[in-house]
Design a protein around this ligand. Sequence first.
Ligand code: NAP
Length: 333
Amino acid sequence: MSKKALIIGASSQDGSYLAELLLEKGYEVVGTVRHTTNFFQENIKHLYGKIKIAAADLIDQESLSYVVRDNKPDEVYNLAAQSVPGDSWTQPFYTAEVTGLGPVRVLEAVRQFAPSAKFYQATSREIYGNQTGTANEKTLIDANNPYGIAKAYAHMMTRCYRESYGIFACGGILFNHESPRRSLHFVTRKISAGVACIKNKVKNPPLNELGEPLVDGQGKLHLGNLDATRDWGYAKEYVEAIWLMLQNDKPKDYVIGTNTSYSVRDAARIAFEHVGLNWEDHVVSNEKLHRPTEIKDLKGDYSLAKKELGWEPKTSFEDLMKLMIDADLKRFK
Ligand code: NAP
């Protein structure tokens, strides 16, 4: 009999790639989405009919209990969150409620209705805050923004449910990972979409989080701090690590990253060069898009995942940016 997986947050970038991976592996997949008035799930439209869609919201315990009780999954992946660190300053209560408490609601549903299910929590590198160098599973948790603090709480509660109730619960401490399915809230996707709109002379570019066109009337792409650096990997590869964690003998937390880092400036340069343009002619750093507190350069030391899960990243950052731009050149015409 095939295994059944429940993905909370199936419409996310990672949820859509994970659903594809699980289908390839012969799983029956149930994916939750939020019921919104304007139902629009770009990332999973191609999976309609292949996965079962259910409605659940991280702020509604009963919706989560229902979906776990009703489906009795073998594996539960919580990928849902208020996932935008930048928005967490203006939505601190909502971020705590959804990103912090939401996973505990999923854990409670698992504990009560499917205690032998394996559970994955999407933890983030943001739990390490402003530390520099490389981070592994033993690095101090020291988050410095509302999103990171909410993720730190959920991560520690995942550990607590593992140790207190014997639930097979793992926290994947993932560094940034991107793809053509990345939301437009994030800088790599803003760059790939912005480059495509500039190259293709798109008249109505999408809006950024300020509600302003991503590319202004002068053909300038507005970004935040160009000196900010991140360890960026390819989401399609990261969901393999997520799946591998739940196939392990013992539940554990793992850092997933590339152990490299690039600045936003590097990303812009690579992107504009790919379409034969000079980034300096098109990029402005807009103060309104800077974070109140930045995080410093930190790389993800994935050696434990390599040793115990046999996982390592394959796609270079340059190739990742290029594949995102190629996808957006087709999308924005
Ligand atoms: P994403 O594309 O930003 O998607 C976030 C998901 O959360 C969406 O499916 C969204 O549903 C759902 N969601 C938001 N609020 C919800 C609520 N109240 N109840 C139920 N669902 C809700 O996420 P991602 O980039 O794939 O990341 C997946 C997870 O990994 C997230 O938890 C994120 O915080 C974490 N993470 C991501 C990265 C990264 O670099 N991508 C790094 C570390 C950790 P709607 O479509 O309805 O809005």
